[in-house]
Design a protein around this ligand. Structure first.
Ligand code: GLN
Length: 297
């Protein structure tokens, strides 16, 4: 009965009310968020909403929409409410405990695909600090001739990545829980890609309420100066390359010079940067001849 008995609230009314409330709460993209949440509450996509503005919500849909609005008004990110986030043309499952994939991070995927061309045969790729698996699984799905290892210290990240690999049907990958390189085999990879935690102590307090209240601190905080993970990855990656390797990392908006210096000091060559959608150097790529067996012993 409930589902046929409608609430007399139309799609247009619901969007108007919800976007107004979200705007008042200081949320950046009120209409987009209202549409995403209403589409989900009604089991439709956003295009359907545009063409059905006069359709009334059923009571069940209205109740579901109200519940998600309450969460959004508490600054819970839309992706955690809906449980999905689009990344590089695919849908990824996300839950609290993993960072929500950002559009800027697609730059890292593009860099990996570009560098993979330089390797013949099967390209072995490691996505270190994989979170939801967005980078590594996008690469695996886009490039059948590669084999991707995805790893993260967090159990939640590993569980979510396993789910995403199965949702996307990617089988040219493996998923291993590890604290950075600790439980991974040395001298194994051609390309190592990482979006490590890189937010500095000072910047942590300036992040939006969405991030500070809801996203995992362990995926964001990169030590007092934000560079801790880069130091460790840069120093240990050479021992993980099977031959000449490429290290590709996402960096914070003001970290290009510092990370470039760390790379140079550690003997990396051909250092280059790729800009994000805002024109800021967001991804660094660098080559290394790899550690000789002697150095490893
Ligand atoms: N870019 C993310 C942010 O703005 C930080 C991601 C990270 O630390 N790897 O919050």
């Amino acid at each position: 009965m409930d589902d046929t008995d409608n609430s007399m609230v139309t799609v247009r009314d619901a969007l108007e009310y919800a976007s107004g409330a979200l705007r008042e709460e200081g949320i950046d993209t009120p209409m987009l968020d209202a549409r995403l949440l209403l589409a989900r509450a009604m089991g439709r996509d956003m295009l359907w909403l545009v063409t059905h503005e006069n359709t009334c919500l059923t009571d069940t849909e209205a109740a579901r929409f109200n519940r998600s609005m309450t969460e959004r008004l508490a600054h819970r990110p839309v992706a955690y409410i809906t449980g999905v986030k689009e990344f590089y043309g695919r849908s990824f499952r996300v839950t609290e405990g993993v960072l929500i994939p950002r559009p800027d991070t697609e730059t890292a995927v593009e860099a990996v695909l570009e560098y993979a061309d330089r390797y013949a045969g099967q390209v072995r790729i490691l996505d270190l600090c994989c979170g939801s698996g967005a980078i590594g699984l996008s690469v695996a799905a886009s490039l059948p001739r590669c084999y991707v290892t995805l790893s993260d210290i967090s159990r939640t990240a590993i569980d979510v990545t396993v789910q995403n690999a199965s949702l996307l049907g990617t089988d040219n990958c493996e998923i291993i829980q590890s604290d950075l390189f600790e439980d991974l085999p040395p001298m194994s990879y051609d390309i190592i890609v990482s979006n490590p935690p890189y937010v500095s102590g000072d910047e942590m307090g300036t992040l939006s309420a969405e991030i500070q209240l809801w996203e995992p601190r362990e995926a964001l905080y990169g030590g007092v100066d934000g560079l801790s993970f880069y130091r460790q990855i840069i120093s240990e990656a050479p021992g993980m390359f099977r031959n000449r390797g490429t290290l590709i990392m996402e960096i914070g908006f003001d970290q290009a010079r510092d990370v470039e210096k760390l790379l140079k000091d550690a003997g990396y060559e051909d250092i280059s940067f790729k800009n994000d959608l805002a024109g800021i150097p967001r991804v660094v790529c660098a080559g290394h001849s790899g550690a000789s067996r002697g150095e490893l012993l």
